[in-house]
Design a protein around this ligand. Sequence first.
Ligand SMILES: NC(=O)c1ccc[n+]([C@@H]2O[C@H](COP(=O)([O-])OP(=O)(O)OC[C@H]3O[C@@H](n4cnc5c(N)ncnc54)[C@H](O)[C@@H]3O)[C@@H](O)[C@H]2O)c1
Length: 367
Amino acid sequence: MRKVKIGIIGCGNISGIYLENLTRTFADTEVFAVSDISEERMQAAAEQYGVPNCWTAEEILESPDIELVLNLTTPGDHFRICRLALEHGKHVYVEKPLSLSPEQGGELAELARAKGLLLGGAPDTFLGAGLQTCRKLIDDGYIGQPVAATSFMLGHGHENWHPNPAFYYQAGGGPMFDMGPYYLTALVSLLGPAQTVAGMTSKSFEQRTITSQPLFGEKIDVEVPTHIAGTLRFQSGAVATMITSFDVWSSNLPYIEIYGTLGTLLVPDPNNFGGPILLRPAGAAEFKEIPTVHQYAENSRGLGVADMAHCIVNGGTPRANGELANHVLEIMHAFHTSSDSGVYAELKTTCEQPQPLATGLVKGYVE
Ligand SMILES: NC(=O)c1ccc[n+]([C@@H]2O[C@H](COP(=O)([O-])OP(=O)(O)OC[C@H]3O[C@@H](n4cnc5c(N)ncnc54)[C@H](O)[C@@H]3O)[C@@H](O)[C@H]2O)c1
């Protein structure tokens, strides 16, 4: 079986786990080149993971060897680099969010369709053992028909640990565009596509102070809302309540709960790949932990890329695909536009509920 040769653009904070898994875990992937505007980060990545080529982004795009471009730059560069990759005839997978606006996301999806290329986007945590087991429980009827859900991500931002956190407070950042993709992709994977969004947003702090190294003490101007609350109705009729916030020091709320006609499912952290999962059927005295029955409970970032590589070789639709990422992008925007306009936002995009992964997979494979 041939491996798909990948060129990675962006060797920053998140690149290590991708490099680790794409070079050592997955059967269908080979990292053929890395690129970063920081020579030091690029060389370090190549050396640590045995990548044979350190190239400029342009060299990756021009190379006939590269089939798939993995775009791990920060949100402001996602659209430009993805479009260039597609224009150069490469399949492309990008970290979240897909782009800054649904118009940009739609343009990428359309360009990929027109060129017969695959477009995919993070997150791929919904393919992990935790969320796949939840999907199986719902599909197999353990909570009956899902009628409602809650989804909470409350924290105080990333300036206490990320080495260069300014992008979290610029366009494409904020808690919804940063963390919303995990929660919304999980919800769409579990409940299907959404239809209507009502949102309210606020910004509680005009500036943030970096307390991580090496930029300790520097101020960041906050350009985006940092507390987003709202509701969304799914096409199935289920109604979810959602909060994402960088303005809250601590809270005691669950990650995601799904309420069905026959019981309640407590979904694990959608930013991770594993459990725990708790289920309480109607009438049961307490929640019981359900063991995960799928592969990939550990940090498997890159699983969506491996799934895409499998589709490049064998055909099929990648699960973490552009339609899904663009639908999630439109939902995230809709919370903001609904808040600005004071009216519900009716969504224009939709997507297929991604196919579940099988149980019993061998580690490194998606089929
Ligand atoms: N850091 C995390 O824990 C984390 C987790 C999940 C997802 N993400 C997402 O991953 C993306 C990257 O985040 P990060 O934390 O790794 O950011 P980062 O700033 O640490 O890394 C981005 C890297 O891209 C490089 N880069 C930018 N433009 C480039 C270009 N034109 N050519 C080559 N290199 C270029 C930068 O030099 C930098 O090394 C973001 O979209 C973020 O939302 C990050």
